[in-house]
Design a protein around this ligand. Sequence first.
Ligand code: ZN
Length: 318
Amino acid sequence: MAATPKSKAEQQTIGVILAERIYAGLIVGHKLSGKLLCWPAEPNTQDAEDENSMVELPADALVQEICKLIVEIVETTEGVKGKLTAVGVALPGLVRQGVVEEAPNLPQLKGARMVDMLATCLAGHGITVPISVVNDADAMAAGLASQHGKLDSFIRVWTIGTGVGYGAYPFTEGVWEGGHSVVTLEDKENYCGCGGRGHLEGIMGHRAMRLRFLDMEPEEVFAAANRKNPDPRCLEFKKLWHKALAAATASSIHFSGAGRFYLTGYNMRFLDLNMLKDYLHQMVKMSPLQSYMLEVVADDETTRVVGAAVAAQRAVGQ
Ligand SMILES: [Zn+2]
């Protein structure tokens, strides 16, 4: 049975991201077509205070909410019903063959057979479509690659938020969690949500920072580090935070070569780019590896929704 080849402009894919909220949109030719749907509606400013709105929902309920948004797009957009080529869902976790193997920041998803659950739920609404589930940091990388016209080059992205995500595009088969790169051999560094010692996320992750400074919010820590008479403990931590990111980036450069790194996530507000560059310069000394680039980009939902859709399109071979 020969399928009719479709031009890129005709491909209709739905991208979904599961983050502090669920966002979904119809993606046509790597661009959002129509509006981005969101649940729960009416987002406040994206800040850490409402980071936990998804944590309390069981996996089944999350799947149902995701499906509701997909159904809404299909039913309210003319010409989509029966023409959808793929659905891509990005979530913060380690996903293999449609199963969430690990999700430290949404523990209820661990072990969930997401692709099967979504397929069953959508079939109940009369929608049959190939579904891909990918890591949200990889979706961010795919979204940035498509927005910046770099779908043909290798890019990496750090997402610094509640946790720390590492994504790369093009996707490669395998299991990796760059946010859990070991960046220190210090025995006391055990704040990572995964339980591992010396991890990047255990230093940079929002949750880990709260655990480390029980008496101060991360915002206060950085404010105290940046004022004229810095608090020594806070300044020390600010340096550690930047060294950790430099170390993980340097390791990635030493393993996979120089190239472009995007930096994003709501805690990029704490970034001192010069400090990061300075540490990275101290850590990467071999000249063939020094052509790396760092670029700070806004953490916007649309990019990640596009990325989830791009991932799904590639999974169905388009
Ligand atoms: Zn970890």
